[in-house]
Design a protein around this ligand. Structure first.
Ligand code: PAF
Length: 342
């Protein structure tokens, strides 16, 4: 269970002596806890400093909350490779466009914390894959960023700030946001940041749908149709694997799936269908993300797509239409890496 002390929420589970030291030295409680929530950078830095002195390593998992299995798998990976894990939870307003879903982005603080507590129990058990456990949650308030927007633009800026606050040995990103992973790798290289960027493969449902915090808004009908994004990317990947290298052949295979599904949906009654718009389907260079006309088989490529699932036009009685009753538009993204061919 958690409680709020001095603006810092603490958790009454197993104590770590280091954390207790850092707690009493910082704004948090003397009460033993398995991890703490930090709202401000200085006490977090103090903990980081102590960990460094004790030759412990920090793996950092930045998130915007609404945690799902995909995030937990990043944390499990971090626990294999580090003694301590910092997780940030911050819905970064500057990475949402004017018409994007900042206001409807799911905010699920209590259940996020519950999931992290449960995961920490799992990580602490004998037989857990690594020795690491979650030590700190960094949940800055957005007030500061909002009032000084010049310091706080976009994913690269927020990640740079988060990296400076946590100085992690390794940082963990999901492959799903492939453009983000390329930007972060480039930023770490260009600014000579001493952190290793670890990219972990996308967590998927059994049928292939990529896990996303936004999936809670889909409901059954849009979820089934939304799987088209994965099927289209797989068709494009199959074209590449069968020896095709041109953009027309590879993306044509994806387009034929999205076109077919969309015309099938349009032919259905409004109470049966789920309409969508293909935002983009891309075939890009794995290092620069420049669009490719031809895949260099020694290098491979990145296939990625975004589908905008429109709100449902009519709900059926008793239908699971997802959070928001099918009215929230949902943008799905996914990607597959085309591996270099021998
Ligand atoms: O991938 C995300 O959830 C966000 O882009 C990140 C890395 C937490 C930055 O806000």
């Amino acid at each position: 269970m958690s409680r709020l002390v001095n603006g810092v929420r603490s958790f009454s589970t197993t104590a770590s002596s280091l954390l207790a030291d850092a707690s009493s030295a910082s704004r948090s409680v003397a009460q033993p806890s398995s991890f703490q929530v930090f709202r401000d950078v200085p006490p977090l830095r103090q903990l980081r400093h102590q960990l460094l002195k004790n030759e412990r390593t920090v793996g950092f998992v930045p998130t915007m909350g609404a945690l799902h299995e995909g995030h937990l798998s990043l944390i499990r990976e971090a626990a294999r490779e580090n003694t301590d894990i910092f997780v940030s939870i911050f819905v970064n307003p500057t990475q949402f466009g004017v018409n994007e879903d900042l206001s409807s982005y799911p905010r699920t603080w209590d259940s996020d914390v519950e999931k992290l507590e449960k995961l920490n129990d799992e990580l602490g058990r004998a037989g857990a894959p690594g020795a690491g456990q979650i030590t700190a949650i960094f949940a800055p308030t957005s007030k500061r960023g909002g009032s000084r927007p010049v310091f706080f633009r976009g994913v690269a800026t927020v990640c740079m700030k988060l990296f400076n606050a946590t100085t992690p040995d390794r940082v963990y990103f999901g492959q799903k946001d492939v453009q983000q992973t390329v930007i972060i790798k480039r930023m770490v290289q260009d600014f000579l940041l001493g952190t290793e960027v670890r990219i972990i493969s996308t967590s998927r449902e059994a049928d292939g749908l990529a896990l996303s915090s936004r999936n809670v808004y889909l409901g059954d009908r849009r979820r089934n149709v939304g799987l088209t994004i994965y099927k289209a990317l797989r068709a494009a990947e199959d074209a590449y694997l069968s020896g095709k290298a041109s953009r027309a052949d590879i993306l044509g295979a994806a387009r034929s799936i999205t076109d077919r599904v969309l015309s099938e949906q349009k032919a259905l009654a409004p109470s049966e269908r789920a309409l969508f718009e293909v935002d983009y389907i891309s075939l890009a260079d794995p290092d620069t993300l420049d669009e490719l006309d031809l895949v260099d088989s020694a290098k491979g490529g990145v296939l990625s797509a975004a589908l905008k699932m429109a709100p449902l036009e009519e709900n059926k009685p008793g239908e699971d239409c997802g959070l928001g009753d099918g009215k929230v538009p949902v943008r799905l993204i996914d990607n597959l890496i085309l591996q270099p061919r021998a």
